[in-house]
Design a protein around this ligand. Structure first.
Ligand code: MN
Length: 585
């Protein structure tokens, strides 16, 4: 099985000579002198920057960046990415600065290291409904597929030593993030093996009991299953030989623990339904041989109805291609077979990274289509790469195509709780506020971005954490219409402005009280004091001697509302000498 080679050696004395030897042993002997000089410079810089630093596991810190860079080399990434992998933690964890990285290593490596550092600032807090947005934001912030791949192998290595992290809450957060964000991203980039590894490494932290149970169940079932597979293999080989189908490889593939558990959950925990706990994988020369081999298997053993899947004609969303079938095999036991070409196999293991070395080898890639709106961005990405291939672009242009620019018109920002809000480019804190809730927008009094106060015309950027401060009696200002990019915010502002206007129009107009009093010194002053207590300006106040029994004081004023009128009346009645209050309009 062609997996990404794991790096497990506990070497404590990495130096340029053993590192460069390791690099070459991983199929990178074709690196040019110039490439090697660049990587050497990065290696020595990283060794200096991380000198004396240790990981929680007790290893020298340098081991981590060496492991990540060797993994990027395994994935056939370019020398700049291998160098960026060596440098990826220098700015965050040592005295190095971006300015220095840019000066010493140039714009592209600076761009990659900065991308990794920016992604590191995103914290997923396990709100599952936000996972999809979070994955999109991850991509928008990374800006380049190489940064995404770098982060995936970085996380893969960090998961191996997660046990050493002393804070259990942090362990759980990182494992949950791996399960909800990183593994699905690896899946979408078609990196099936990496996805399975990430899931299995996080499973035990996120669901410890289920993980223990699964491990025991599999350990019990596996030996018998493996003996069984060993019996089938020679039969398949013999039959393929007889039918003149050239087998490049035949191997047994154990299902990953986490995906087996998910499958059990979907199937009422019925183990009999997990037919692919161990599957047989046949690799053949070309697509014709795939279908011919399927025919041979079906001739040997009867297929289980509904279990034949042609992912060659209908690839999975992430480009995965293969023929799958389950047959009633020896002793009537259902057994899964996967049949594919070598190219399909590499594609399934390396995913998007497979494009780098195919490009290098100048071979055409088998066309795969991404379907479904949910995976629109994957489809766009692939379309883009196909376009680039048609143009027969130089390798420099090809690297350009790794830019994630289908998000160029969108930004992804976070609430303080970690929820992701997706906004158009140029959006301001007011757009953000209205996207949280119309009341937050209407009452917005101020905004903070990454804990710093900003003005309402501030242009938000992907990865920003935005906080809106509200005040009870705040109202939107008409000027906000010019500060917003989203139609949602604009329509809410207009609606609120109209409501406020309507309130003004319906409030009672000028009211007049005719207060009959028994005339005494100071009564006029007492009456006007009531109005000033309510902060009401009296329009006119006239004191008329009337022909009736009592003289009248006429007060014209503008009340705020009906309630206020009643309150004023009550107060006035308490004044000694006030006999009656009549309201005139
Ligand atoms: Mn790292």
């Amino acid at each position: 099985m062609l997996a990404i080679p794991a790096y497990n050696k506990f070497v404590t004395d990495w130096n340029w000579s053993n590192y460069s030897a390791e690099l070459k042993s991983r199929g990178r002997s074709k690196l040019s002198e110039e490439d090697l000089r660049l990587i050497e410079k990065a290696f020595k810089y990283a060794a200096g920057a991380h000198n004396g630093q240790k990981r929680f596991s007790g290893e020298p810190f340098l081991n981590h960046v060496v492991a990540v860079s060797l993994n990027t080399a395994d994935l056939k990434l370019d020398a700049k990415t291998v160098s960026a992998a060596l440098l990826h933690d220098t700015v965050e964890d040592s005295a190095a600065t971006f300015r220095e990285i840019k000066k010493l290593f140039g714009d592209e490596i600076y761009f990659l290291v900065r991308g990794v550092t920016k992604v590191n600032k995103l914290k997923y807090r396990g709100a599952e409904r936000a996972a999809e947005s979070m994955r999109r934001m991850f991509l928008a912030v990374a800006q380049d597929i190489r940064v995404v791949v770098l982060k995936l192998v970085d996380r893969r290595h960090n998961m191996k030593t997660l046990w050493a992290l002393p804070d259990p809450e942090k362990r759980l957060r990182i494992a949950t993030e791996t399960l909800d964000i990183y593994a699905p991203l690896a899946d979408r980039l078609g990196m099936g093996e990496l996805k399975g590894e990430l899931e299995d490494s996080a499973f035990g932290y996120v669901h410890p009991h289920e993980y223990e149970w699964m491990k025991n169940e599999i350990q019990e079932r596996m030996p018998e299953r493996e003996r069984y597979i060993q019996k089938i293999m020679p039969l398949v080989k013999k039959e393929m030989h007889a039918e003149k189908i050239k087998l490049s490889d035949i191997s047994a593939r154990a299902k990953h623990v986490y995906s087996a558990w998910r499958k059990l959950l979907r199937n009422d925990m019925n183990w009999d339904r997990i037919l692919d706990l161990v599957a047989l994988r046949l690799t053949v020369e070309n697509i014709e041989s795939c279908y011919a081999a399927l025919g041979v298997i079906h001739k040997l053993w009867r297929p289980v109805p509904g279990r034949i899947k042609d992912y060659i004609a209908l690839p999975k969303f992430n480009g995965y291609q293969s023929l799958h079938t389950t047959v009633f095999c020896l002793e009537g036991q259902p057994t899964e077979f996967q049949i594919r070409t070598r190219e399909m196999h590499k594609e399934a293991e390396y995913g998007i990274a497979a494009h780098w070395f195919w490009e290098g080898a100048g071979k055409p890639k088998i066309g795969a289509k991404f379907v479904g709106r949910k995976f629109e961005w994957v489809r766009q990405l692939q379309e883009w790469q196909k376009e680039k291939k048609k143009e027969k672009s130089s390798s420099k242009d090809f690297l350009e195509s790794l830019k994630i620019d289908f998000f160029k018109n969108r930004i992804f920002v976070l609430t303080p709780k970690g929820d992701v809000i997706d906004l158009p480019d140029g959006a301001t804190p007011i757009d953000f506020a209205y996207h949280i809730h119309s009341e937050i927008g209407n009452r917005a009094a101020g905004a903070k971005v990454n804990s710093r106060l900003v003005s309402f015309d501030y242009k938000l950027a992907s990865g920003d954490i935005v906080e809106i401060m509200t005040q009870k009696n705040r109202k939107p200002s008409p000027e906000w219409l010019n500060l917003t990019r989203t139609s949602l915010a604009k329509s809410q502002i207009r609606k609120e402005l109209r409501t406020n206007l309507a309130v003004t129009e319906t409030k009672p107009k000028e009211t007049e009280f005719e207060i009959k009093v028994r005339d005494r010194i100071g009564i006029l002053k007492d009456v006007s004091a009531v109005f000033s207590d309510f902060r009401i300006n009296i329009r006119t106040i006239t004191s008329l001697a009337s022909s009736s029994l009592y003289p009248a004081i006429n007060v014209k004023f503008e009340p705020k509302n009906r309630e206020q009128i009643e309150k004023i009346k009550t107060r006035l009645k308490k004044i000694g000498g006030v006999e009656s209050i009549a309201e005139k309009n």
